[in-house]
Ligand binder design. Structure first.
Ligand SMILES: C[S@@+](CC[C@H](N)C(=O)[O-])C[C@H]1O[C@@H](n2cnc3c(N)ncnc32)[C@H](O)[C@@H]1O
Length: 345
């Protein structure tokens, strides 16, 4: 059995940042009405799996086709049992990638434990080299954390790693109208900090989102982003980057909103997405989730990964490629190669 699945697993743990563009929505908006539609994320839903259910599923990854678990949230490093969960997932032979806002890494004990546990990669979100611009896009609750804390978190983790090979450390940036000229500068900052990789990702907002007009690039701005992405590849920085196929998908996805066909889509084949309540989807794309027939609504709750993923196609034929799933390409295709994360037992 091929061990080739990447599982993106979102835990609900309130993130201290309140990014207006966040896929999880904002607490302020959801206080009025918590969304309950299948697939909708929220920091405020209260239907999470229990700790026991989460660990039972994690143990069942042993001998399953899941090769890599990307733990996100919310803020996964603020989830109370995160270190035990990482230990469990590593113990069953899966690679672990953490997607974090970076602030928990400022605690040396957290950074050292991630190194000791053998976490394979840590992706830290940061949108701009300009502290004020970043903190406006990614404001912290009560202003308690900021750009400087994220930089400190990255430095603390890289110090804790010392001469060890893992975890690889990278920066993920959301490219929006506000940050479209930041691609090169963010890559240089990543090098300066000693990071191993950099991934720019397109902002993904629905046309009715309150920030769509303010953040979604259009017209000549798309050309500036395309130039930034191309220059990134020619700059020769000592940094792993997603390949030029990703650049093409990125640009295509921001050129217009029409969903595109991807003939060899990995969603539902080598990629699955688990939500805090256990819902399991082929991909985090809202279009794909909305198009999932009720008889394909599945859950990791009470499930065994060895049987849950046993029956899957080699690839799926999807006509719903949008901005939110473009960001999955680095996770599934680029990251394992660029970080040499391809060997699993
Ligand atoms: C939802 S966060 C969860 C992990 C962690 N709290 C963090 O801040 O990285 C995962 C990644 O998704 C990105 N993200 C969230 N909403 C997005 C959107 N609407 N468009 C593009 N990227 C988004 C974040 O910037 C971050 O890099």
């Amino acid at each position: 059995m091929a061990r080739d699945i990447t599982l993106l697993w979102a835990l609900r743990s309130v993130c201290k940042f309140t990014c207006g563009y966040c896929y999880f929505g904002t607490i302020a908006a959801h206080r009025a009405q918590v969304p309950t539609a299948p697939g909708t994320l929220s920091h405020l839903r209260r239907d999470d799996l229990t700790r026991e259910e989460i660990f039972a599923f994690a143990r069942s990854l042993d001998g399953s086709p899941v090769a890599r678990v990307v733990i996100a949230g919310g803020e996964p490093l603020d989830w109370p049992h995160i270190l035990d969960l990482i230990a469990t997932v590593k113990a069953v032979g899966c690679q672990v990638v953490i997607a974090t806002n970076g602030v928990p890494l400022t605690k040396p004990i957290v950074a050292s434990r991630l190194v000791e546990l053998g976490v394979d990669a840590v992706s830290v979100s940061l949108d701009s080299t300009d502290a004020a611009a970043n903190d406006e896009l990614r404001p912290a609750l009560g202003g308690y954390a900021a750009h400087s804390d994220v930089l400190c978190g990255i430095r603390t983790l890289i110090d804790a790693r010392g001469e060890a090979a893992a975890p690889r450390v990278g920066i993920y940036s959301v490219i929006s109208r506000r940050t479209l000229d930041q691609i090169g500068a963010m890559a240089e900052l990543a090098v300066e900090l000693g990071c191993d990789y950099y991934v720019p990702q397109p902002v993904s907002l629905s046309p009715d989102h309150a920030l769509d007009e303010e953040l979604t690039p259009y017209g000549h701005e798309v050309d500036r982003i395309a130039a930034g992405l191309t220059n990134l590849h020619t700059a020769g920085l000592p940094l792993a980057l997603p390949d030029t196929h990703y650049t093409r998908l990125f640009i295509a996805s921001i050129t217009d909103r029409t969903p595109r066909r991807v003939e060899d889509c990995f969603g539902g084949a080598q990629l699955f997405f688990a939500q805090p309540n256990g819902s399991l989807w082929d991909c985090p794309s809202d279009l794909r989730i909305a198009a999932t027939p009720p008889d394909r609504h599945r859950s990791i709750k009470g499930a065994d990964a060895r049987t849950l993923f046993a029956d899957r196609p080699a690839c799926t034929d999807c006509a719903l490629l949008g901005r939110d799933c473009v960001s999955m390409f680095p996770l599934v295709r680029s990251l394992p190669q660029m970080l040499h994360l391809t060997e699993v037992r």
